[in-house]
Design a protein around this ligand. Sequence first.
Ligand code: PLP
Length: 408
Amino acid sequence: MELYNNIEKIREQFPALTQRVNNRELVYFDNGATAQKPVGVINLLNEMNSGVNGNIHRAVHELSARSTILYEGARDAVKLFINAGDRGEIIFTSGTTASINLVANSYTSTFINKGDIILLTEAEHHSNLVPWQMACSRSGAELRFLPVDEQGNWRMDLLDELLDKRVKLVSAAHISNVLGIINPVKQLIDKAHSAGAKVLIDGAQGIVHTEVDVKELDCDFYVFSGHKLYGPTGTGILYGKRNLLEEMVPWMGGGDMVGSVSLEKFSFAELPLKFEAGTPNFIGAAALGEAIKFVKSIDKGFAEKHEKEIISFITRELSKIDGIRMYGLGENKISLFSFNIEGIHPSDLAILLNKMGVAVRSGMMCCEPLMSRYGVTGMVRASLAVYNTMKEAEIFIESIKRGVRMLS
Ligand code: PLP
């Protein structure tokens, strides 16, 4: 397969990038929220919606058979992509949030009891916090938090102390959506396992910016969303180790997740269908397979070098701005930059950037406790993807300088 090592060729695949916003060429730097879609994904969505639309698994007719092949083919693509042991370990969900909620319901109802502890970090997205708060109020378990330091790094020096025998589950982000640091998840997983705890990794950002090998990581669960990985919204993955998924009781019942059903009782279907009650987003899931094809078509060496150059340019230029405070500093960072500029409200700056065609995120970024940790009510965040260029990075920096002049 020919690998793409040319930014123009990559951009050609993304029709959304050619649009103008507020009469300017769009600079889309909100990829941490959702990424644009390549033509392979768009075409498959169109093809299925306009033709290959038969409900999966259920019928003997041609359209159902074709949908089923595409859906199950995407499952195989995900399995290979993250190096899972078998296809039964890949559960389709509607996204990271749904995957975490699935585990927070099914795993905790089977394995977590009153007095147990679930360990998170203080930098988690609300999606990796609130489901555990809900699980604790149901089970009587308690939450405990690994702090981050001023730079945004996990306080690994505190981990041994926090990981006592009461900790049964650890759930943490591979990469924080605010700090952009690639966290030492392998170290966390090994230490948690030594302490007898299972580990869920929230890979919403991690799957996009690192190569994920769940066997090598040895995580018990790894979850991510399709839409941040150039795939469709409403798609996501829960990877779980087979032995755990086998023992977990599904939290949703309905069609497709059953073996046999009588008026009084039912038996579960085999994995993975046991956790896929009802009609899934089979068209979206199939198109997630296309997104993975796109990701695999990028020359990794090229993408890494390109990302490093942009990171060093943006870091250098941002740090020259008077009154800037950047969050998430360190060597092991992705192209995601959160910051505040003294005296300027983050949303005011984001609104002005939008007027200049530059799309960034502002606000709490679904991480209110982390905002409190830094004593702020919001930040500006620029998050880049593989199709963003150095020219766009220059426009971004110039636009910030202009915005700051206008707001000062
Ligand atoms: N976790 C992290 C680290 C995220 O960045 C996000 C989304 O921004 C989520 C969880 C939630 O993902 P979704 O809204 O796709 O379910």
